[in-house]
Design a binder for this molecule. Structure first.
Ligand code: ADP
Ligand code: MG
Length: 399
């Protein structure tokens, strides 16, 4: 896989580089004006962007943001992202009014060496995420026509076969950005001979999303700690009532099999923080997992679980953590995620945090990012890579 630094060494001055970045940041639009609540992904894109600018490239940045329905929607405009990027770069970042239309063409033509242009949200084009190769190809043709070279630094999107990630790379000389290279290096250290004990902590909402990675990692880990909404399907598999907690009934059987096969390595919560509803001022109850009240939902792991998980983590030398332990977005349910985040930060060895929400949790809870070996920008991508699946956006860069 060619790297952006190799591309730069060959000379990029005056050339137009289409840089696919993952600037899909969380936005709060409760005030009517979207505000970026965590700019981690924008900051993670800076090393590649700066290297290209310093080498005199004319950079066109493409990204998606949120899930617009394949048409322009001002709520998902990249305008706030362009503004934040301009602040961080200390340089203007104009935003094209379209993705690869007349305005993008005009503004791309006006770029000077070292200049940066942001294209509008690629998902404003329905073809971006289309299953139809021809539709995606037509958009990729238009994107490719804007530039001479393509650099993919959107690690969070490399598991997607989408026009701006996959198809466009087949149409232009291409290279992997520094973020992509760094992410792969770190993830490979987890799967290739990790220093033991190797502990994986999984949380988040959907067990079905993460079963494949559980299956792939279980033979490799010394301990798998399961929290978050997904723990309830495992608890149900053990025969516990889970009240109104998240439960994926169709996955109970699989969880039961995993517990049969590797129950000695899977560590489940012993207590959970329960409440009637997901609101900030709700009254909470801590229940042991044997006694989750029928009328309540489990919304965080409890203090005894944090203690148990922290003990296991204290002995680990390699840790991968994906998925918050509870609904950390709401004050009564942050303690589990905070406790585990602190225990992961204290690990003597390599600690990797993967997943958009987990990374956002680390920053939102005001924890020290530098205490972690690596905070991955890609949730789905890091999980699929750990599963050993071929990721389309990476495979295409290797050709
Ligand atoms: P990541 O983005 O880090 O991969 P996920 O997207 O899998 O994480 O899951 C994050 C979401 O899981 C958060 O929005 C959080 O509120 C939710 N979550 C965690 N625990 C629970 C729970 N017990 N019940 C419902 N949702 C939960
Ligand atoms: Mg998520």
């Amino acid at each position: 896989m060619r790297t952006v630094d190799e591309l730069i060494a060959e000379g990029v001055a005056g050339r137009r580089v289409l840089l696919r970045a993952d600037l899909n940041v969380p936005l709060d639009d409760s005030t009517g004006t979207p505000i970026i609540t965590d700019d981690g992904r924008i900051r993670a894109s800076l090393p590649t962007l700066q290297a290209l600018r310093e080498a005199g490239a004319r950079v066109l940045v493409a990204s998606h943001l949120g899930r617009p329905k394949g048409a322009p929607d001002p709520r998902y405009s990249l305008a706030p992202v362009a503004a934040r990027l301009a602040e961080l770069l200390g340089a203007p970042v104009p935003l094209a009014a379209d993705v690869a239309g007349p305005d993008a063409q005009a503004k791309a033509g006006a770029l000077t060496d070292g200049g940066v242009l942001m294209l509008e949200n690629v998902r404003f084009e329905p073809a971006e995420t289309s299953k139809d190769d021809e539709a995606r190809g037509a958009l990729a043709d238009r994107l490719a026509a804007l530039a001479d070279l393509y650099v993919d630094d959107a690690f969070g999107a490399v598991h997607r076969r989408q026009a701006s990630v996959y198809d466009v790379a087949t149409r232009l000389p291409h290279a992997a950005g520094r973020l992509v290279t760094r992410e792969l290096e770190v993830l490979d250290r987890l799967t290739q001979d990790p220093e033991r004990p190797f502990v994986v902590v999984l949380g988040g909402s959907k067990v079905s999303d993460k079963l494949a990675v559980i299956e792939a990692l279980l033979p490799k880990v010394d301990r798998l700690l399961v929290g978050g909404g997904m723990c309830f399907t495992f608890l149900a598999a053990q025969g516990h009532g889970v009240g109104g907690s998240l439960l994926e009934a169709d996955q109970v059987e699989t969880c039961r099999r995993l517990l049969d096969e590797a129950g000695d390595r899977i560590v489940l919560p012993v207590d959970v923080v329960c409440a009637e509803a997901l609101v900030a001022d709700v009254q909470v109850t801590v229940a042991m997992v044997e006694a989750i009240p029928e009328s309540l939902k489990g919304l965080d792991v409890g203090p005894r679980t944090v203690e148990l998980f922290s003990e296991v983590l204290a002995g680990a030398h390699t840790v991968f953590w994906n998925g918050p332990m509870g609904v950390f977005e709401l004050a009564p349910f942050t303690a589990g995620t905070r406790g585990v985040a602190l225990a992961v930060a204290a690990v003597d060895g390599l600690s990797v945090v993967g997943g958009g929400d987990s990374a956002a949790a680390v920053r939102q809870l005001g924890l020290d990012e530098d205490a972690y070996g690596h905070i991955s920008t890609g949730g789905g991508a890091s999980l699929e890579h750990l599963e050993g699946r071929e990721l389309p956006g990476l495979a295409v860069l290797a050709d």
